[in-house]
Write a protein that binds this ligand. Sequence first.
Ligand code: PNS
Length: 165
Amino acid sequence: MRRAVCPGSFDPVTRGHLDIVRRAAAVFDEVVVAVGVNPSKSRLFGPEERVAMLEQGVAGLGEAGANVRVAGFTGLITAYCREIDAHAIVKGLRSGTDFDYEVQMAQMNAHLTGVETVFVIADPQLGFVSSSLVKEVAAFGGDVSGLVPEFVLGPLTDRLAEKRA
Ligand code: PNS
């Protein structure tokens, strides 16, 4: 059983994330989407909300997501991988900037427990999509439909409005 973990904060989940999860699920026997629920970090959406959004997103993958499950994790990702007996961490790479950031984390994680990190190159159509940019554009009224799953659009608009109020 080759189990991989796909970690992130997913605040909120984007179509880019779901594309990486779908493609990881085609390579590994099981993929666990691990939602970082570190309480010290301030996020737009709470841990349960982000987990629920991922579950909905994975359900939307249909058969391609049949071997994917979603879980929250706290602490080190390497410890979580050991806990659930995962052999690899899967990360999406959009650009050289991602690479510079991810390579250090991959090397640190390998140093800690020897876990491998496998990189999946972003679909060029989604290479500009990030949760932070989606939030920034949506906060100024820009159209982010097509960049996040449809079910994220309403909660995103509502939460940004609450923050402004
Ligand atoms: O979506 P993000 O914010 O890029 O996700 C980052 C995440 C959650 C994958 C990363 O911060 C992480 O692995 N955090 C867990 C704590 C940890 O293991 N830190 C050391 C990484 S070398």
